[in-house]
Design a protein around this ligand. Structure first.
Ligand code: NAD
Ligand code: ZN
Length: 259
């Protein structure tokens, strides 16, 4: 296999880039050993398992049978506990360090962007290690030890109520504060470069930052080995793994900033 390279026309356009917005999905953590839902090797390779997982991760299941939801959440959390940020997560931190304004919007709940050191970040779907009591609303954090042994819904130390994971389940509303941050940092102040990485781009709030940037004539890039609804929209679709392309892109951005 030949090493991937960045198109010369893309590198030339980086000289106009001073602000960057990045949108990530499960694909960026695939090279850290965390399964995606869609795409090759994802849960949906077995459609029945895919459907079961989506149903388990829905609000009606959480309220009717929280143990079912927790078993799926705990599986993802166990993978996340064992995972390390990969070169793609780290390259995103290098981009943040290099430019004058940076924002990351992630759908991931695995905490790997935080572990890598990303600072300005909107975790739109929450974080799998954080909990909220369904009775008294107290928030908390799950220890790795608790998670490893988890077979049923954990309970609140203050009131004994059932805890829920602080993640947005299928069929639930997004946090309005975070939606406001997307508006502010992607739609009102459109970054010079908006980059999508490892997302099947199924949700409007994930597509929109790219669509707005494209409409405003900003540079748009997608990194994904498979095509998505964004591939035909962006200026450049880099069809390969994030761990190969993101370090190249981070280096090219760093060089372009010193010009
Ligand atoms: P998705 O599972 O729907 O799609 C994954 C995408 O990543 C696919 O388009 C696939 O082609 C691409 N991909 C696979 N390997 C890649 C690689 N090495 N480099 C770049 N791209 C790669 O993911 P989604 O769009 O994030 O939607 C899934 C939903 O499920 C999200 O809401 C997310 O919260 C949740 N989820 C999170 C995690 C996580 O936190 N790591 C994992 C699975 C699912
Ligand atoms: Zn409680």
């Amino acid at each position: 296999m030949t090493e991937p390279d960045l198109p010369a026309e893309l590198v030339a356009r980086l000289s106009e880039v001073r602000s960057v917005g990045v949108v990530t999905g499960a694909g960026i953590s695939q090279e850290s050993g965390i399964s995606t839902y869609r795409g090759k090797g994802g849960l949906y390779d077995d459609p029945e398992e895919g459907d079961r997982t989506i149903e388990a991760l829905s609000a009606p299941t959480l309220f009717a049978n929280p143990d079912v939801t927790w078993r799926v959440v705990a599986d993802l959390a166990r993978q996340a506990v064992q995972a390390q940020p990969n070169p793609a997560h780290l390259a995103i931190v290098e981009i943040e360090d290099a430019v004058s304004r940076f924002v990351l919007l992630t759908q991931n709940v695995d905490g790997l962007h935080r572990a890598a050191g990303t600072r300005n970040m909107i975790e739109i779907h929450g974080n799998v290690f954080e909990t909220v009591c369904m009775q008294c609303q107290e928030t908390g954090t799950l220890e790795a030890d608790t998670l490893v042994g988890l077979v049923s819904a954990p309970t609140c130390v203050s009131c004994g109520g059932t805890l829920r994971p602080d993640v947005v389940l299928f069929g639930e509303m997004l946090c309005p504060t975070k939606v406001g941050q997307i508006q502010q940092q992607f739609h009102l102040a459109v970054p010079d470069l908006v980059l999508a990485v490892g997302t099947s781009a199924m949700f409007p709030y994930i597509l929109e930052p790219l669509l707005v940037a494209r409409h405003e004539g900003r540079l748009t890039i997608e990194i994904n080995p498979e095509s998505t609804p964004l591939s035909g929209v962006v200026d450049f679709w880099l069809d390969g793994p994030a761990g190969s392309y993101l370090p190249l892109l981070a280096n090219a951005i760093k060089s372009s900033q010193s010009l």
